[in-house]
Write a protein that binds this ligand. Structure first.
Ligand SMILES: [Cu+2]
Length: 494
């Protein structure tokens, strides 16, 4: 941040005599405002690591922070190491890593290693038995980095009605596990995390991509539910990484370059569709796993929790906006300027890309699947909360917790069939495992490995999962509010 720009922001001038003074001063101000005890030195209440422990490879400090989304737009949140996203953690596949997490807040936290094969006590989910990083305390996560690909880390705390916790905060970052056999051929590598900020509760549906009348909707009930919908989470501000459209440095490219984009949807609530006029994205990996059939698309749809790796060929010189197709979200910040060398022009151009449906199956093959040993049906339903309430969510007729009904035997191959009997799309995530897409609204596919999949409104998705990671395994919708209000379950190994 440019310090001279920064000191123009109202009250921040009082404390911003030096950039490094900012965070402690802000922490103190926040703690006093919340009526907390006078803050101590961040390390005062924590225990030092044992002498026998090796030095941590990474340290993540969880603390209140400010994010300057744009000039005159500064928001407060909680983040890792005073940056949003948190630091890029880049490791080799198979590398044994130690991450020291220091919690400089007054609430317990969990850091989830999304897409990794790690034991339940390390995975960062309370439901699986991972211990918390205590308030004003610390905890070390040690694990072997696998499998290779675009992974990420984020808070897995429950938020419920507190829209300043869990996935509503700035606690997220990229975790890239490099494979020894990476065939990548590109000129630049960029990391783009999609986010919204300052969430609020509303009865307005934020997501216009959820119900396309042309979808087959195999799970649509004959008689629609007439109960009024409850409050859902909306947001007035958006960003890519920590900047609103136009506020940050443009993505500077040269004609003929190939740009590798690692995209992550770190939103707590919204599916996004991203395009760049006149350019195409060659999708090479979904959720970090190489796809069997890389394909070129105009629009990438990406749900909370998902990652898409794509190569963009820069062959239309100009100054363009890479951004969300919905005007409201893009104009509220969800975009980044792409600027070709020697093509400076005053206003970047946005033109909507050719309307393209997102369909995972184009990246798959038609190879047959080995027969599953067992099928587990999971039925998702909404209990509408009405205009003054929150929707609750049922998995097989019950909110979390369930009683031992999702049992796995090690080594068996399970077909999980997700039946979405609600009018929202849900990105469902299975922890500590990968699954393979088998059927999307009746359309077969093969070879696509993911950890999070969008189950369309009134849609049905089948996946195969081999039970090869013993231990409690959390399954949930990656929309924070849905997870908090019932949409989760545990798989247990017998
Ligand atoms: Cu959901």
């Amino acid at each position: 941040m440019n310090r001279r720009d920064f000191v123009r922001f109202g009250w921040a001038t009082v404390i911003a005599t030096g950039a490094d003074l900012l965070r402690p001063a802000f922490t103190q101000a926040l703690a006093l405002r919340q009526g907390a005890r006078p803050p101590q030195h961040p390390m005062a209440a924590t225990s030092e690591p044992k002498a026998a422990e090796r030095a941590a490879d990474f340290t993540l400090q969880i603390a209140p922070m400010l994010v300057e989304l744009a000039p005159q737009v500064v928001i407060s949140t909680t983040g890792y190491n005073n940056t949003v996203p948190g630091p890029l953690l880049r490791v080799r596949e198979g590398q044994s890593i130690a991450v020291e997490v220091v919690n400089d807040t007054d609430v317990p936290e969990y850091v989830h290693w999304h897409g990794l094969f790690v034991p339940s006590d390390t995975d960062g989910a309370e439901e699986e038995g991972t211990p918390a990083v205590p308030p004003q305390g610390r905890r070390r996560y040690e694990f072997v980095a696998k499998p290779a690909g675009s992974r990420w880390y984020h808070s897995h705390a429950m938020a419920m009605l507190d829209l300043h916790r869990g996935a509503y905060t700035g606690q997220f970052g990229f975790l890239l596990i490099d494979s020894a056999s990476d065939p990548g051929r590109y000129d630049q590598e960029v990391f783009l995390a999609l986010r919204d900020w300052q969430p609020y509760l509303t009865t307005m549906d934020q997501d216009d991509s959820s119900a396309d009348p042309n979808d087959p909707m195999p799970e649509k009930p004959a008689k629609p539910d007439s109960q009024p919908n409850g409050l859902e989470v909306g947001a007035p501000l958006y960003s890519i990484n920590d900047k609103m459209l136009g506020a940050g440095e443009p993505l500077r490219v040269q004609a003929g370059q190939r740009i590798l984009m690692h995209r992550l949807n770190a939103s707590a609530s919204q599916i996004h569709r991203i395009g760049l006029f006149g350019h195409h994205f060659r999708v090479i990996a979904l959720d970090g796993n190489p796809v069997p059939m890389p394909q070129t698309v105009d629009v990438i749809e990406i749900a909370p929790g998902e990652r898409v790796d794509a190569i963009m060929e820069m062959n239309l010189p100009g100054v363009w906006i890479l951004g969300e197709l919905r005007d409201a979200a893009r104009q509220s910040g969800l975009g980044i300027v792409v600027e070709y060398a020697n093509h400076a022009q005053p206003r970047p151009q946005w033109l909507p890309p050719a309307k393209a449906r997102w369909d995972y199956s184009i990246f798959g093959t038609t190879a047959p699947h080995p027969p599953a040993d067992e099928t587990i049906d999971l039925v998702f339903e909404k209990v509408p909360g009405g205009p003054h309430g929150i929707n609750h969510w049922l998995v097989n007729g019950k909110e979390y917790p369930h009683e031992r009904e999702f049992m796995l035997r090690q080594g068996r191959r399970y077909r999980l069939v997700f039946h979405n009997r609600s009018d929202d799309a849900h990105p469902v995530h299975v922890h500590r495992h990968l699954f393979e897409l088998v059927e999307l609204n009746g359309k077969p596919t093969s070879g696509i490995k993911k950890d999070t999949v969008i189950v369309p409104a009134f849609g049905r998705v089948a996946v195969d999962m081999v039970a090869d990671q013993p231990g409690l395994t959390l399954f949930h919708c990656h929309i924070q509010q849905h997870m908090d209000f019932g949409f989760k379950a545990l798989f247990r190994y017998v």
